[in-house]
Write a protein that binds this ligand. Structure first.
Ligand code: BJW
Length: 238
């Protein structure tokens, strides 16, 4: 893929891009789902059944995200450079709820699975920045009701965010990149098919082949902090 192909780019990122920043992935052998059950912490039913357990899970991850040793790595920074240098539009769609792309300076991005540093009121829908622990004792500043504040994240069975904008961008892009995601969770796992059906070239960059690796035109394996900067340099060199 060279710059002579031109055109807009859509990039999908997953937990693998933040692994070398010190944040856990989900489905690797040492990942989050090896330690906790999805149905205990990542469904609306889990929150209805035991909100304190769900708060504890996200409070722990929020504190980790805000720890001093956590920051963007070379892969996040390379994508920021691509956004700054590429002559046409670059849309980054991340499944990650961390803010490492923002900390790397990325400007145009969609958090399709929400953001850990925001809270949402389940009663009135109000969304606000949130860096402290959440608990069932808190009440919403907007509607005054207590017990409804939840992490602004998308659980299984809930609709991911900004899907219309994402599918419009996928239909128009010339290049689709998938970085650090296992390809097990829909609708994100279907983005490669949507982009390809509209004629985009598709490239996967991941530590190992993902579940959907055969759907990509090209698959590059290795740690994101190495293969993403190298790929971005290749693109920008034209
Ligand atoms: C590295 C690396 C390094 C490591 N460098 N790489 C049956 C069939 C098809 C679909 C469904 C089905 N039954 C249900 C569904 C739908 C369901 C789904 O997909 N389920 C599947 C599990 C089967 N999806 C949904 O429910 C979604 N909503 C939806 O479909 O709405 C429509 C609808 C709604 C209602 C009714 C009907 C339709 C919502 C999905 C929400 C996902 N939420 C989570 C948790 C919330 C946020 C959080 O807590 O953080 O989002 S789950 C978790 O998985 C998280 C992630 O964003 C998501 C994806 O994970 P990701 O990023 O791919 O991480 P891993 O760990 O899987 O992979 C990491 C990869 O990196 C690995 O490949 C490593 O090798 C690699 N790696 N180190 C490069 N250094």
């Amino acid at each position: 893929m060279t710059r002579s192909h031109g055109g807009s780019i859509v990039i999908l990122t997953g937990a693998g891009i933040s692994k070398e920043s010190g944040l856990d992935t989900f489905r690797d052998t040492d990942g989050i789902w090896a330690k906790v059950r999805i149905e205990d912490v990542a469904t609306p039913e889990a929150f209805a059944r035991n909100p304190s357990r769900v708060h504890e899970f996200y409070n722990t991850r929020r504190r980790r995200l805000l720890a001093e040793d956590i920051g963007p790595n070379a892969a996040h920074r390379a994508l920021t450079e691509l956004e700054a240098q590429w002559p046409e539009s670059v849309l980054l769609v991340t499944q990650n709820i961390d803010d490492l792309h923002e900390r790397a300076g990325h400007r145009q991005l969609i958090h399709m699975h929400g953001e850990l540093l925001k809270a949402r009121c389940a009663f009135c829908g109000c969304i606000r920045a949130w860096r402290a622990d959440l608990s069932v004792a808190l009440s919403c500043d907007a509607c005054g009701r207590s017990g409804g504040l939840r992490p602004h994240v998308v659980w299984f069975g809930e609709m991911p965010l900004e899907m219309d904008a994402i599918f419009s961008a996928l239909a128009a892009c010339k290049l689709f990149l998938s970085i650090g995601t296992s390809g097990h969770v829909y609708p994100a796992a279907g983005f490669v098919g949507a982009a390809a059906s509209h004629g985009a070239r598709t490239v996967e960059l991941n530590l190992e082949p993902s579940a959907g690796t055969s759907l990509f035109d090209e698959s590059i394996q290795g740690p994101a902090s190495v293969i993403v900067p190298a790929f971005v340099q290749r693109l920008l060199a034209g």
